[in-house]
Design a protein around this ligand. Structure first.
Ligand code: ADP
Ligand code: MG
Length: 252
């Protein structure tokens, strides 16, 4: 039965992807980002041009300092580019003020950080349900419980972050990121601080959630095994987009 559901979900997600084939969820148009330094402006992202297809999973790879986190932050409207525009869903971050951005993010965007960023004074359940209360969702507590059950934490609802392992904290963070049923999810090295087994579980969870909900995902990762399972790999080096390819396994 479970297998049948998985297959049906996969077919549905594939169909959604097919229908949306010419649709992009995110578009970076001539993006540049610079910071002032003693020696003048330092360009940490240079002329990034790319479109991310709705429903797809894209990985961003590249050496440390190549601009991956900066690019993700600009994509999620957490920061402003020095040049160019970032268009997201049917909008553009540049056309929104701070309040509008916060509202748009709470409605449509999920973000998973490398270091989890859970609120330490709240339980797992509270970490997931509070954003839902803020969105005015009536059955917030039940939805939060359902999400935590889905990520395998039904027995950990009342644990505080310090009482959870790294992998469990990341699963809470993923449940929280999915709470608003985001159209697009950004994850910055979601398995970077985890051991191999926990990392594998988190990967599988992200892929399952993508299949189930058709969520567009953009993942920064150093994990080539993870990158090779995504639809597309974007490679950054020195702030430039130097390669944009389909993994070998996907292309066959
Ligand atoms: P990555 O995530 O690929 O490791 P980052 O996007 O974090 O890289 O950083 C890219 C470059 O931008 C780095 O060289 C970093 O030092 C620089 N950088 C990031 N944030 C700032 C900032 N607030 N001020 C100055 N330089 C920054
Ligand atoms: Mg980074």
């Amino acid at each position: 039965m479970r297998n049948l559901n998985t297959i049906l979900n996969h077919i549905t997600a594939s169909y959604v992807n097919f229908v949306l084939m010419n649709n992009w969820a995110l578009r970076m148009d001539g993006i540049g980002k610079s910071y002032p330094t003693e020696n003048g402006e330092l360009w940490v992202l240079k002329d990034i041009q790319c479109e991310i297809q709705a429903g797809s999973i894209t990985s961003i790879v590249g050496p440390s300092g190549s601009g991956k986190t900066t690019l993700l932050g600009l994509s999620a409207g957490l920061d402003n580019p020095s040049k160019g525009r970032v268009e997201i869903l049917d909008s553009s971050w540049q056309d929104m003020n701070e309040d509008q951005r916060a509202k748009f993010r709470s409605q449509h965007i999920g973000f998973v950080f490398q270091n989890f960023e859970l609120i330490p004074t709240l339980t797992a359940l509270e970490n997931v349900e509070i954003p839902l209360h803020l969105l005015g969702q009536k059955n917030a507590t039940q939805r939060a419980k359902d999400l935590l059950t889905q990520v395998g934490l039904a027995q950990r609802l009342n644990h505080y972050p310090t009482q959870l392992s790294g992998g469990e904290q990341q699963r809470v963070a993923i449940a929280r990121a999915f709470a608003n049923s985001p159209k697009i999810l950004f994850a910055d090295e979601p398995t970077g601080n985890l051991d191999e087994d926990s990392g594998d579980n988190i990967e599988q969870l992200l892929f399952n959630l993508n299949r189930e909900f058709g969520t567009t995902m953009v993942l920064v990762t150093h994990n080539l095994q993870l990158a090779n399972r995504t639809d597309r790999i974007i490679r950054l080096k020195g702030g430039k987009l130097i390669a944009d390819e389909q993994p070998v396994t996907q292309a066959q």
